[in-house]
Design a protein around this ligand. Structure first.
Ligand code: TNX
Length: 542
C-alpha cells in the first residue's frame, strides 16, 4: 500500500511538473528577427503569473510606458494580468526593466531570465523596448490564462542597420488615423524605428497646410478613380481624405511612444497634380490641372522657373517641420519628366540665369532638378533638417549631404554610397510590397504587378561585398515600401505586408552570415499566429 502511495505521489509530481512545463505554455526566444545570441542556462525557469510585477525605475516616464506596453502585450497573448510598479516585491516574481549605463549600443538590449527574475536592460529606453518586443514574441499564445514558463537564458541583441523603415503611400489611397496607427504598431512589433509617410501625390494631397487651404479642399479629392490597370473606364465616386495637422501630430506622438520617427514625404517636383490642381499658377503652363483619377507618371510638374514655386514649397515645409520633428524630410524627386521644363520660358530663363549647362550625361533640365533640390535642401538645412530623395536626384547633381533612397534596384544606392552619400536601400527587386507575393494571387487579386515572394525578400543583401569599405559605411538603412494604387482598404494593406515584413525585419536586424531562410520559416508560424491574434489579414507565402 505504502509503495502504491509513493508511486501515485511520484506520478502526481510528474503530472504537476509536466503541467507547469506544458509545451504550450513555455516561452521560446527564437523569434523574428532572431536575436544575436540566445544562451540557455541550466537553472530553473522564471514563472510568469497573475502575481508577476513589471518593475520600472521610478521617475522615468519612458520606462513606465515601456512597462505598460509589456503588460498590454502579455495580456493579449496569455490573458495574464501583470502589475506595473516601481518596487520589486520580494515574494512575487518580477520582470525588471532597467537602464544600464555600461551597455553598448543605443538600440541594444539584454534579457536575463533566472528563477528569481526576468531582467530586460539596455542603455536606452529604446533598447529596452526592443527587448520587450522580443519577450512578447517569445510568449505562447494562450486561449485561457495560465502561468507561463520562461526558461532560464541570456538573450542579447542589437540591430545591424540604424535606419529600419517602412513606407506607406497615403496619396493613392487614404488610410484613416487608426489604420496608420495599426501600421505603426506593426513597425514596432518588427523592431523598426522609422515610418516614412508618403503624403502627397498626383491622386491626392493628404496633409493640411493652413496657408494653402485649397490643397486639401481641392487637391485631396479626385472626381473618380480608374478601374483596373488604367482602363478607359472610371468609377463614379469622388475619392478623398486628408490628415489635419492635429491628426498628424497625434500620429507623430503615437509613433514616438513606440520609438519610431515619422519622416514625411512631400514629393517634388513631380507627382504634384494634387497641388497643381489647387494652385495652377505653380505649374509651367498655368493649367488647368486635375487631381489625377488614374495611375502613372505625369508630365505636369512644378515649375522650376517661377519664384512662387519656391515660396510655396518653403511655406509648406515651414508648417511641416512644426508637425514633424524628424531629422530628415523626404523631398521625393522621383519620376519627374522634363517635357514641360523644356518648353517653359520661365524654366529656360532659370537655366540661363543659373548658368546651367547640359552635357552628354545630363540635360540642362535634368540639372535644373539639381538646382531645385539643392535650393530646398539649403532652406531645410537652415532650419536644422536634412533631406532624403529618391535615387533620381543623383542624376541631377545634388550635394553629397543628400541621403539617397535607392528604389530603381540597388544600382543608384551603390553609386551614391561610392560618391559619399548616405544611402537607404529599398529596391523594387526586394522591397516593393505592392508587388504580388504568390502566383495564386496573380489570378485572384488585382495588384500593380511584379512578383516578390517571401523567400526573395529574405535573400536581400543590402551591402554587397564588392563595395569599397568606405561606401559600405554609408549604407545605413533598409526600408520596404507599400505603394497603394491598388490597395483600397486596410485588409489589403495588412495582406501585402504580412508576412513579408517579417523577412525585411530580419534583414534590418541580423548580420548576413546568420541569415538562414529554412530556419526563418520555422520561426515564422508563431509570429503569424500573433498577427492573427490581433485580427490581421496574412498572406500565404511561397
Ligand atoms: C514607382 S518608387 C513610384 C511610385 C509608384 C510605384 C509603384 C517611386 C519613388 N515611385 O510612385 O507607386 O513605382 O510600384
Amino acid at each position: 500500500m505504502k509503495k502504491l502511495f509513493g508511486f501515485i505521489l511520484i506520478l502526481m509530481c510528474i503530472m504537476q511538473f509536466s503541467n507547469s512545463y506544458a509545451a504550450d505554455s513555455i516561452a521560446d526566444y527564437k523569434v523574428v528577427p532572431l536575436p544575436k545570441s540566445i544562451v540557455m542556462q541550466k537553472g530553473e525557469p522564471f514563472v510568469m503569473s497573475n502575481t508577476t510585477n513589471v518593475v520600472y525605475p521610478e521617475g522615468n516616464d519612458l520606462m513606465k510606458r515601456n512597462a505598460e506596453f509589456l503588460v498590454e502585450y502579455v495580456k493579449k497573448s496569455t490573458g495574464l494580468t501583470l502589475t506595473v510598479t516601481t518596487k520589486p516585491q520580494k515574494k512575487a516574481s518580477n520582470i525588471i526593466l532597467s537602464l544600464d549605463k555600461k551597455a553598448v549600443g543605443t538600440e541594444a538590449y539584454k534579457i536575463v531570465v533566472t528563477k528569481k527574475s526576468a531582467v530586460i536592460s539596455g542603455l536606452t529606453p529604446n533598447g529596452v523596448f526592443y527587448g520587450i518586443q522580443t519577450l512578447r514574441k517569445s510568449l505562447p499564445i494562450l486561449s485561457t490564462a495560465a502561468d507561463v514558463t520562461l526558461p532560464a537564458a541570456t538573450v542579447t541583441d542589437s540591430p545591424r542597420f540604424s535606419y529600419r523603415g517602412m513606407m506607406l503611400d497615403c496619396g493613392r489611397h487614404f488610410f484613416p488615423v487608426d489604420v496608420v496607427k495599426e501600421y505603426i504598431d506593426l513597425l514596432a512589433l518588427h523592431g523598426m524605428n522609422t515610418f516614412h509617410w508618403h503624403l502627397t501625390e498626383d491622386q491626392g494631397w493628404r496633409i493640411e497646410i493652413k496657408k494653402y487651404p485649397e490643397l486639401t479642399k481641392i487637391g485631396s479629392v479626385r472626381k473618380h478613380t480608374v478601374i483596373g490597370h488604367n482602363s478607359p473606364v472610371y468609377d463614379d465616386t469622388p475619392y478623398g481624405g486628408f490628415y489635419t495637422q492635429e491628426q498628424a501630430k497625434e500620429i507623430v506622438a503615437y509613433a514616438k511612444e513606440r520609438y519610431i520617427t515619422v519622416i514625411p514625404e512631400i514629393d517634388m517636383p513631380g507627382h504634384m497634380l494634387g497641388a497643381l490642381a489647387s494652385y495652377p499658377e505653380l505649374g509651367c503652363t498655368g493649367g488647368p490641372y486635375e487631381v489625377s483619377p488614374s495611375w502613372g507618371v505625369f508630365d505636369d510638374i512644378l515649375c522650376a522657373g517661377k519664384e512662387k514655386t519656391f515660396k510655396f514649397i518653403e511655406d509648406v515645409l515651414d508648417e511641416l517641420i512644426e508637425i514633424f520633428p524628424s531629422e530628415y524630410i523626404h523631398l521625393g524627386g522621383d519620376e519627374a519628366p522634363k517635357t514641360c521644363w523644356e518648353k517653359c520660358p520661365n524654366c529656360q530663363q532659370r537655366i540661363k540665369d543659373e548658368h546651367i549647362v547640359g552635357d552628354e550625361k545630363q540635360s540642362a533640365e535634368a540639372k535644373l532638378q539639381g538646382y531645385f533640390v539643392k535650393r530646398i535642401e539649403k532652406y531645410l538645412n537652415s532650419k536644422g533638417r536634412k533631406i532624403i530623395g529618391w535615387d533620381e536626384i543623383l542624376d541631377a547633381d545634388v550635394n553629397q549631404s543628400a541621403t539617397i533612397m535607392s528604389w530603381r534596384g540597388m544600382e543608384g544606392g551603390l553609386r551614391a554610397s561610392e560618391m559619399g552619400h548616405d544611402v537607404i536601400m529599398s529596391p523594387t527587386t526586394y522591397a516593393y510590397f505592392d508587388y504580388y507575393q504568390t502566383k495564386a494571387d496573380t489570378k485572384s487579386i488585382l495588384l500593380i504587378g511584379g512578383y516578390l515572394p517571401l523567400s526573395k525578400v529574405y535573400s536581400f543583401e543590402p551591402v554587397p561585398a564588392t563595395l569599397s569599405d568606405n561606401a559600405k559605411k554609408h549604407i545605413f538603412g533598409v526600408q520596404a515600401n507599400l505603394w497603394t494604387e491598388y490597395l483600397t482598404c486596410k485588409g489589403l494593406v495588412e495582406y501585402q505586408v504580412l508576412p513579408r515584413m517579417a523577412a525585411i525585419s530580419e534583414i534590418q536586424w541580423i548580420n548576413s552570415d546568420k541569415k538562414n531562410y529554412d530556419n526563418f520559416v520555422t520561426r515564422l508560424p508563431h509570429l503569424i499566429d500573433l498577427y492573427k491574434l490581433y485580427g490581421l489579414t496574412v498572406a500565404q507565402y511561397e
